[in-house]
Design a protein around this ligand. Structure first.
Ligand code: CA
Length: 309
């Protein structure tokens, strides 16, 4: 975060009281020799930088992301998925509040004042900012996007179908490039998001998980909640659906297992190793090994072809 070549530690603690009720906080611990040479008991007092949430139950720090660009100070993006639009000026509880809209705030440590206007969700109970990912800038891509997910958002601001949506926002201009939506009610599209250059063409692909997505509309006959992970190419073809503000897009590939109720896509991680990229997908309710034991699936992609171990 301070660009000295040693990786620092960013921590989110979304349920911490932080001066109220479950406001949450984020903290930053810089890598330094004093830590390397001894065992440091890590408590909130050790943090070099800390910012608290400002609204009760906003869960500030559910997602924390460091953002680095050449020649610029590193930024910290913080998601508060249960942040609400207050109806009252002093933000005390009101029945007219819009609940769990969610928002993402931007900080540049060591300052603890938000650097830019926060980005907010548009859907009541949409939980904007539950997952955030940033495309890596490259020679081929000087205008990286940030993906903000609202996994319980409806197709429109008022619908309650919980399809979920992901908004792609240009990191430089703040303009919205696309709003992708789940294709089926209650699929929780955007539960997690990640960027990774899977086809090794120098540009990141977007990964979006939908852990409750099922191919069985009855959720009784053969499936239910098996979950999918969608992979989209940058510059994907997308099309507007007729009755809403969402877009559906052509996928490069879809990952999944057939296991019902496994919630494939509960979390995503990307691990680069030499010339390979590993996409790690958890299925927290998998019963393959033992009842509800959970499973982690690793998909390895390389230039010479991909395989499914
Ligand atoms: Ca690529």
């Amino acid at each position: 975060m301070n660009q000295d070549g040693a990786a620092d530690l960013l921590i989110g603690s979304p349920f911490a009281p932080a001066g109220g009720q479950q406001r949450g906080f984020v903290g930053l611990l810089y890598a330094k020799h004093s830590i390397k040479e001894s065992t440091v008991p890590l408590t909130a007092e050790n943090l070099d930088w800390r910012v608290n949430g400002t609204q009760d139950y906003e869960w500030f720090g559910t997602r924390v992301l460091g953002l680095h660009q050449d020649g610029m100070s590193s930024k910290v993006l913080v998601g508060s998925p249960t942040w609400r639009h207050c109806a009252r000026k002093n933000c005390s509880y009101s029945q007219n509040d819009t609940q769990s809209v969610g928002r993402a705030s931007v900080f540049v440590p060591p300052s603890s004042v938000p650097q830019e206007k926060s980005v907010e969700g548009t859907s009541e109970f949409g939980k904007f900012g539950q997952a955030i990912a940033a495309e890596s800038p490259s020679k081929n891509n000087l205008n990286p996007n940030i993906a903000y997910a609202s996994p319980t958002a409806g197709k429109t601001g008022t619908s309650r179908d919980q399809r979920g949506s992901v908004v792609l926002v240009n990191a430089q201009t703040g303009e919205t490039a696309k709003r992708l939506c789940g294709d089926r009610d209650y699929s929780r599209f955007g539960w997690d998001v990640a960027f990774a250059d899977i086809n090794m063409d120098g540009k990141d692909e977007l990964l979006v998980s939908a852990p409750l997505r099922t191919d069985d509309p009855t959720e009784e006959l053969y499936g239910g909640e098996e979950g999918h992970v969608y992979i989209y190419e940058e510059g994907m073809d997308s099309y507007q659906t007729t009755d809403d503000s969402c877009q559906l897009a052509q996928t490069l590939a879809t990952l999944g297992t057939e296991e019902a109720k496994s919630h494939f896509g509960s979390a995503l991680a990307v691990l680069r190793y030499h010339d390979k990229i590993n996409i790690i997908v958890s299925a927290v309710r998998s019963s393959k090994a033992a009842r509800l034991a959970g499973a982690v699936h690793v998909f390895t992609f390389s230039k010479t072809g991909s395989r499914l171990p």
